[in-house]
Each structure stands twice: as structure tokens, then as C-alpha cells.
Write a protein that binds this ligand. Structure first.
Ligand SMILES: NC(=O)c1ccc[n+]([C@@H]2O[C@H](COP(=O)([O-])OP(=O)(O)OC[C@H]3O[C@@H](n4cnc5c(N)ncnc54)[C@H](OP(=O)(O)O)[C@@H]3O)[C@@H](O)[C@H]2O)c1
Length: 252
């Protein structure tokens, strides 16, 4: 029997690649995106929601089936300038980290798959300034959210099967927020060095087909990542979990 698969960020890039591949294989697929369905196959259900907002994530969780087989978390957006959401949170933190925290905890899923960059050790959590009020840059925000994704995987992997997947450099629409001429420069670099979506998601599809057991499974382009890396520190994971609970508590 087909699986039920939810892809947060399933209308574009690698999330779309997974949504289309699994729908073609006969699964029942639900894709979430903030704008339109962008020509997604008609057999894929679409939920429009801005996942950078806590109330919107809650609405999506309430609309989903009680149990899903696989929850895929790919929604992310580069923010060249610092944006503050209606919840008063820095937008990269809100979408790339917090929406994943809420979805991973809120959805009863047999397997959670999140896209980020496990194995990368650059960047850090700014415990003293997690909303990056001082010295914001898009790279700093991305790196911090990446390290937060590492720690989220440690926490959620204690109770669910959780794959944190590094796809490598891939040609997608991730740079849509950049203005010209920067966008054209990045496109040129992509054309030269980035892989196509089908290649990027190739190592992941077998894990969706045959999920691993409960536990944290960081994976870099098909290879397991060393769990002893300092970016997976259990003490930091517990600290981030507590900080996140506080942030959410004050906003619901
Ligand atoms: N591309 C790479 O080279 C690369 C490398 C390493 C890791 N990654 C990671 O892989 C993941 C997927 O990247 P990608 O390049 O495939 O992304 P992408 O092409 O930019 O697609 C992003 C998806 O997220 C949705 N989205 C964006 N903001 C949203 C919001 N506020 N609420 C709901 N949905 C939203 C987009 O739909 P709408 O536009 O309609 O909102 C789209 O469906 C990301 O986590 C990224 O960090 C990418």
C-alpha cells in the first residue's frame, strides 16, 4: 500500500523532486508552500501556508492526517537582509529552524527527513543573540540555523527515526530572494558546479522507501555523518530545546 508523505517546501527544488517522485510511485503526497502550487502534479494535495509563522504551522499540523509515514522538511529561504516575522522572530530562524521544530514534534510521523548540512562544522548558535539583532548577515543566519538543525536532529532522534540530509550544492530556486546582478552571478556558478535535483535526492529516496529505525541519522550525500562531531552535542541540544520551548510559550 502507498505511503502518506508530507513535504514542507514541496512545491520547488528538492522538496518538489521528492513530492513528484513519490506521487509517481503511488504514494499519497501533501505539499506545503507559501505562494502557489507552481504547476505541481494534480495528484499532489497542496496546502498554502507561510511556515515562518507559528500560527500557520499550527494550522498545517491540524490539517494533516493523524498519522503520516514520512514528513519531509525542506522549506527554507535565503534572506539577504534581516527580516522580522509577525511573531517578532528573525525569519531564517523562524522558517529554517523553528517551523521544523514545530512540525517534527507536532506531526506523528514514522520517519522525519530534514534537509540541511550535517557534517559542516562552521557557524554556531548565538546563544546570547539567537535572533541575530546584532551584526546580521545571510550567511550567519543560514549557518546558525544549520547548527540548530543538527541539534534538533539529536533531540527528535531520541524518540523518532530522523534523517538529517545534506544534499550538496544543487541547482534550485533557493536564490530567488537575491537581486540582480547577484542572482545572475550565483546562477552562473550553479550552472558550472551545481548538480541537478534528481541527482541530489537520489541517495535519499531509498531511505524514504525503507526507513531506518528510531534514532538520529545524519547523512551527507548518501554517507553517514560521524555522530561524535561537536555540532551534535547532547548538552547543546537540550539547551536549544529549552530555549525553543520558551520562545514558543511566549507566542502561543
Ligand atoms: N540548494 C542547495 O544547494 C542546498 C544545499 C544544501 C542544503 N540545502 C537545503 O535543502 C533544502 C531545500 O533547498 P532547495 O534549494 O530545494 O529550496 P528551494 O528550491 O528554494 O525551495 C524551497 C521550498 O520551500 C518553500 N518555502 C519557502 N519559504 C516558505 C515559507 N515561508 N512557508 C512555506 N514554504 C516556504 C518554497 O515554496 P514558496 O516559494 O511558494 O514558498 C519551496 O517549495 C533547504 O533546507 C536548503 O537549506 C540546499
Amino acid at each position: 500500500m502507498g505511503k502518506t508523505i508530507v513535504v514542507a517546501g514541496g512545491t520547488d527544488g528538492m522538496g518538489r523532486g521528492i513530492a513528484e517522485a513519490r506521487a509517481a510511485a503511488g504514494d499519497s503526497v501533501i505539499a506545503v508552500g507559501s505562494s502557489t502550487r507552481k504547476g505541481l502534479s494534480e495528484d499532489i494535495e497542496f496546502i498554502r501556508a507561510d511556515l515562518s509563522l507559528i500560527a500557520e504551522v499550527d494550522r498545517v499540523v491540524a490539517a494533516l492526517p493523524d498519522r503520516v509515514d514520512v514528513l519531509v522538511l525542506t522549506a527554507a529561504r535565503f534572506n539577504p537582509r534581516r527580516i522580522v516575522t509577525a511573531d517578532g522572530l528573525e525569519a531564517t530562524f523562524a522558517l529554517y529552524y523553528l517551523s521544523r521544530y514545530l512540525l517534527a514534534h507536532g506531526v506523528d510521523a514514522g520517519l522525519v527527513v530534514a534537509f540541511s548540512a550535517p557534517g559542516t562544522t562552521v557557524g554556531r548558535v548565538r546563544w546570547e543573540d539567537p535572533q541575530l539583532e546584532r551584526g546580521y548577515s545571510a550567511v550567519k543566519a543560514q549557518m546558525q540555523a544549520g547548527r540548530m538543525n543538527d541539534l534538533l536532529g539529536v533531540s527528535v532522534g531520541a524518540e523518532k527515526a530522523y534523517v538529517l540530509f545534506h544534499p550538496g550544492f544543487t541547482e534550485t530556486n533557493a536564490i530567488s530572494q537575491y537581486r540582480q546582478p547577484m542572482r545572475a552571478v550565483i546562477r552562473t556558478v550553479e550552472k558550472l558546479f551545481a548538480q541537478p535535483v534528481a541527482k541530489a535526492i537520489g541517495p535519499l529516496l531509498p531511505l524514504i522507501e525503507e526507513p531506518p529505525p528510531v534514532g538520529f541519522h545524519p547523512n551527507d550525500r548518501g554517507r553517514p555523518v560521524d555522530l561524535s562531531l561537536r555540532t551534535f552535542d547532547p548538552g547543546d541540544a537540550a539547551r536549544l530545546d529549552e530555549l525553543t520551548r520558551e520562545i514558543v510559550r511566549g507566542r502561543r
